[in-house]
Write a protein that binds this ligand. Structure first.
Ligand code: GDD
Ligand code: MN
Length: 375
């Protein structure tokens, strides 16, 4: 129901902000803006383009378009901080009472904006999600692989958010919300990766009145998707963070998962080296530990600490520092694993797991501080 004042007159047109994150969308942003601007007839409109200093001149184009179009505002950020961060910044800067967030590559349709705002107001919801997986949704812009991936991601997300079990798309880039009710939650959202909406839902712990509406999801106009392995990784880490009831820090989860991969590397390398004639477990183990530590360093550099990523010569220097930081527990690792192997069990798997667990905490704390210079 629309809100009526005590005098019984319809309220003034609501102020609506549309937040458009852009990264290299020069070919797509102008047609989208042309389709969105007519919404001025319905709302007191503001359009915010949040650009991460795109190399293709997206921001310059928006700047030009903003001349003579007071509804349009450009926020240009230096140093790419990512989609979720751009959305958060747009929401914090928005002056509307109602805000719509959508992709600016043409995958989301301007017609969904009106649908979402109508639902938001009439149903008195706090948040309306445009869903690609609603029974009435039309998806043309998702490859089979992406659709399968998103379906699985959605299942995981649903399992980790039991209070929002009724929803069908937890990762959508399209949603509309009431700013006053969502603002305190928005401030708390972690901005790594793509999954702003998931984080907002996770933080709200069931407080928000949410529904979803079907989306028409079309192929992107120009350019390519910015979703990559690091963003998928980050999503997995977020799910585990939510399941741990926000107790385990994200970076520790990521570091732990990488450590688990190092454990596999270590076990496999040990087995391989032991194939050499005359090499026993005790000799193979140190080689495997160094191989695992190096592999951990490279993966952590690309995923866990990618915002402080080392490159070129610094990558090599970082590897040496990491091996140094890890060398103290390498002694502990070899010691614990060998002792376990000799006194507890002759199973190399359990022996190595025991060694690795002992060194996890040290490695995490010391390498955060000394290798990637984070607190
Ligand atoms: N400012 C900024 N910074 N914008 C970005 C960045 C960034 O680092 N990365 C992506 N964007 C913008 C793009 O320019 C586009 O407008 C929108 O965010 C979506 O990015 P795409 O690269 O087109 O994402 P996608 O189509 O692969 O992913 C879709 O599905 C995801 C969930 O699976 C989108 O709908 C996402 O919004 C959604 O989270
Ligand atoms: Mn897209």
């Amino acid at each position: 129901m629309p809100d009526y004042s005590p005098l019984g007159v319809a309220p003034a047109t609501p102020r609506v902000s549309i937040v458009l994150p852009t990264y290299n969308e020069r070919g797509n942003i102008e047609p989208l803006l042309k389709q969105l601007l007519p919404l001025k007839a319905h709302f007191d409109l503001e359009i915010l383009v949040i650009d991460d200093d795109s190399a293709d001149g997206t921001a310059d184009l928006v700047r030009q378009l903003a001349h003579g179009e007071p509804v349009l505002r450009l926020i240009r950020r230096v140093g790419r901080a990512g989609l979720a961060s751009a959305i958060k910044e747009g929401l914090l800067d928005a002056t509307g009472d109602l805000v719509v967030v959508m992709d600016s590559d043409g995958q989301h349709q301007p017609s969904s904006v009106l649908d979402a705002l109508t639902t938001l107001q009439q149903g008195d919801f706090d948040l309306v999600i445009g869903s690609r997986f609603h029974a009435q949704a039309q998806i043309q812009g998702l490859s089979g692989r992406r659709e399968t991936g998103s379906t699985w991601a959605n299942r995981l997300a649903r399992a980790s958010l039991p209070r929002y079990r009724q929803l069908s798309d937890y990762m959508s880039g399209f949603f509309a919300l009431r700013l006053d009710r969502c603002l305190p939650l928005i401030r708390a959202v972690d901005v790594n990766g793509f999954k702003f909406l998931y984080e907002l839902l996770a933080h709200s712990r069931g407080q928000l009145r949410v529904c979803d509406i079907p989306l028409s999801f079309q192929p992107r106009g120009y350019g390519t998707s910015k979703l990559d392995v690091a963003i998928l990784w980050d999503f997995g880490v977020s799910i585990l963070h939510t399941i741990s009831l926000h107790l385990l820090p994200r970076r520790a989860i990521s570091f732990g998962l990488v450590g688990a991969s190092g454990f596999l590397v270590q076990v496999i390398v040990t087995q391989l080296v032991m194939l050499l004639p005359g090499v026993a477990f005790g000799q193979a183990l140190p080689v495997a530990v160094v191989a695992a530590a190096s592999s951990n360093y490279l993966i952590n550099n690309a995923l866990t600490f990618r915002f402080q990523r080392q490159q070129g010569l610094a990558l090599l220097r970082g590897l040496l520092k990491f091996l140094l930081v890890a060398s103290l527990p390498v002694v502990a690792n070899v010691g614990v694993a060998s002792a376990f192997y000799s006194y507890v069990s002759h199973n190399p798997f359990w022996a190595q797991l025991a060694g690795i667990l002992v060194v996890f905490v040290w490695n995490y704390a010391a390498s955060s501080r000394f290798v990637w210079n984070t607190p």
